[in-house]
Design a protein around this ligand. Structure first.
Ligand SMILES: *Cc1c(COP(=O)(O)O)cnc(C)c1O
Length: 427
């Protein structure tokens, strides 16, 4: 595949942007080679600057659940932009958005918008601490909650890929109230609560972790987290930045029937514009300024153009059979990929939940990040490049979830599975 123009742009980018990218996981460090540059996307496809067409399973890391450049989102953005790109004064879209989120996610009674998932998680943690008047937070190994100082501990893909799980520049004191537990291990969480009586403000968890590949909660595990937090007066925070409005209308919490105290959102909620949100029980949310003592703010929070894009995205998801389609496409891809690996005689754990998926090259089931580390990453690298050459773009790291959109057709998936069968036979 000819990538001359991409390589030229990357050489130029390296001169002016650290590592040539504005977010490290885009840099192909985990798989080798140079990232390509894209200047157009539509539906399930992206086109790079050299004119190559790719079926995209990264989907701008989750937001493009209707596929790229959905006409209704484009129209909504244009219409909103004509009227002004930002007011810093309340606008009607904010109310529509908040009401819609509260209707769709039963655990959310009030919600506040931010400009990224990172901000949403940072604010939710501050709020949990302010509400409970406690400092300690439990997070899980391999879960990513944005690049928040206190949460950047054993934080999944980016960190795993680069081999230093903690970032430089974060004083040890900033993470001293963060306790890390292995995911899907109830005993570990029980032991932490026993050792930290009346000190745990809350647990923050990706209900279906998608930042170290993808693995699912074991039956009863999310229920256990709900019960133990309630029993200890701690808050349960679901980070649904990835799963929200994707795994069901009401996110993973609807799919698994759990009511967290607080939830964070991002990605799908912005329809491809920079948006995040956090919400939950009114009693907790009312601790935020200007009503309460927990400060939180944002110049562009609730931005009219971003709200219009997000609303168009959510509205389109609600009309029609989007979620049924996403489930069917996910099942088709999983079945096809498992068959392809089997016929190539390669072990694979192909984890899938609705429109999220990850294949690990290992014989053992993957339930947490320790299991994920058993995967053969050399094989993944070869698989990634083989697929890219065949016109299929998977996330450039073993430790990322893949995504499907309603724009992915059965034919796209057949083509993908066919390419995988060929590539896997060469590994
Ligand atoms: C992407 C992500 C974030 C961070 O969101 P940004 O918009 O990139 O700041 C937080 N939590 C989870 C689970 C995510 O997948």
């Amino acid at each position: 595949m000819n990538r001359v123009k991409s390589d030229q742009l990357f050489a130029e980018a390296l001169k002016y942007i650290p590592g040539g990218v504005n977010s490290p996981v885009r840099a192909f460090r985990a798989v080798g080679g140079n990232p390509f540059f894209v200047n157009r996307a539509s539906g399930s496809k992206v086109w790079d600057v050299d004119g190559n067409e790719l079926i995209d399973y990264v989907l701008t890391w989750g937001p493009a659940i209707l596929g790229h450049a959905h006409p209704k989102i484009i129209a909504a953005v244009k219409a909103a932009a004509e009227l002004g790109t930002s007011f810093g004064i309340p606008n009607p879209h904010e109310v529509t958005m908040a009401k819609l989120i509260c209707e769709l996610v039963p655990s959310v009674q009030k919600v506040r918008m931010t400009s990224s998932g990172t901000e949403a998680c940072m604010s939710a943690i501050r709020l949990a601490r302010g509400f409970t008047k406690r400092d300690k937070i439990i997070k899980f190994d391999g879960c990513y909650h944005g690049h928040v100082d206190s949460l950047l501990v054993r934080a999944g893909s980016g960190a795993l890929t680069f081999g230093h799980p903690d970032s430089a520049g974060i004083p040890a004191a900033f993470t001293s109230h963060t306790i890390v537990a292995p995911y899907n291990d109830a005993e570990a969480v029980k032991a932490i609560f026993a050792a930290n009586k009346n000190q745990i403000a809350g647990i923050i968890v990706e209900p279906v972790p998608g930042n170290a590949g993808l693995y699912l909660p074991k039956p009863g595990y999310l229920e256990f987290l709900r019960e133990i937090t309630a029993a200890h007066g701690a808050l349960l925070i679901f980070d649904e930045v990835m799963t929200g409005f994707r795994l069901a209308r009401g996110g993973a919490q609807e799919r698994f029937g759990i009511r967290p105290d607080l939830s964070t959102f991002g990605k799908v909620i912005g329809g491809g514009l920079p948006v995040g949100a956090f919400g939950g029980r009114a009693e907790i949310m009312d601790c935020l300024a200007p009503l309460g003592p927990v400060y939180q703010a944002g110049t562009l929070s609730g931005n009219p153009v971003a709200m219009a894009a997000g609303l168009a995205n959510l509205q389109e998801l609600l009309d029609g059979d989007a979620y049924k389609k996403l489930e069917e496409r996910g099942a088709q891809l999983a079945a096809g990929m498992r068959d392809a690996a089997k016929s190539a005689g390669l072990p694979i754990q192909f984890n899938q939940c609705g429109s999220m998926f990850c294949g690990y090259f290992t014989t053992q089931p993957v339930h947490n990040v320790a299991d994920a580390m058993h995967s053969d990453r050399e094989r993944f690298k070869q698989f990634f490049h083989g697929m890219l050459d065949a016109g299929v773009y998977l996330a450039p790291s073993q430790f990322e979830s893949g995504f499907l959109s309603t724009a992915h057709t059965p034919a796209d998936i057949e083509k993908t599975v066919g390419a995988a069968a060929k590539v896997l036979r060469t590994l």
